[in-house]
Ligand binder design. Structure first.
Ligand SMILES: Cc1cc2nc3c(=O)[nH]c(=O)nc-3n(C[C@H](O)[C@H](O)[C@H](O)COP(=O)(O)O)c2cc1C
Length: 195
């Protein structure tokens, strides 16, 4: 129990990766954790594409926008790019209210990946038209998100949010992530009661 808690609170979005491949079998295992995630009315509107061949990875990389607050300094350099991606697709004909399913599925994959030492970054600032054409995705499927994956080559740090939500890089190129304090967001038994 403690192990999972520690894993979850240690998770950070990673944007610098070792150039070590991730086996297709591992990526399939990650999608399996998404497959079994909670799903509204158990409708299961989501589908996935695994990408781990170098050429397709390069094409997908060109469809992504990284770390908007610090652009271009959060964009992975040539030798630090993700080595795999999982594209998350949604079928609106199965459930148009699919967004929460996506959240549950992606978080499962992120945490499962982390337990195997694999870092990730969830991306929605993506060129969907380009991705659709590169991967020949049928129009009936919405391209919701891209999960970029690879063994981490950076260790971002969390700090307590004071006046800005904007993450920032220090002079050692370490990414700092401001997060609201527990006291700020938690209410016990009644809204007015704080910890
Ligand atoms: C729905 C969603 C979309 C995101 N899209 C992007 C994106 O397009 N590019 C990017 O670099 N990071 C993206 N992120 C990552 C966030 O920037 C990151 O989660 C946030 O800064 C907090 O950092 P942390 O994940 O390390 O806690 C996205 C995260 C979420 C949940």
């Amino acid at each position: 129990m403690k192990e999972i808690y520690d894993l979850i609170i240690s998770r950070r979005s990673i944007r610098k990766f070792e150039q070590k491949p991730i086996d297709t079998e591992i990526l399939k295992k990650l999608v399996n954790t998404a497959r079994l995630a909670p799903s509204m009315a158990n409708l299961q509107p989501l589908e996935y594409i695994i990408i781990n061949d170098h050429l397709t990875c390069e094409k997908i990389f060109n469809c992504l926008k990284w770390a908007g607050y610090i652009s271009p300094y959060g964009t992975p350099k040539e030798n630090e790019r993700p080595v795999a991606y999982i594209i998350v697709l949604a079928n609106e004909n199965i459930n148009s209210d699919y967004k929460r399913d996506v959240g549950a599925a992606i978080e499962n994959m992120i945490i499962a990946a982390l337990s195997l030492g694999i870092g990730s970054c969830w991306l929605c600032n993506i060129d969907r038209d380009k991705i659709r054409s590169i991967l020949e995705i049928p129009n009936k499927l919405i391209i919701d998100s891209v999960l970029a994956l690879g063994y981490p080559k950076e260790k971002p740090v969390v700090e307590t949010l004071t006046n800005s939500v904007k993450y920032w890089k220090d002079e050692k190129d370490i990414l700092h992530i401001p997060k609201r304090s527990l006291n700020d967001i938690l209410h016990i038994n009644r809204y007015q009661t704080k910890i």
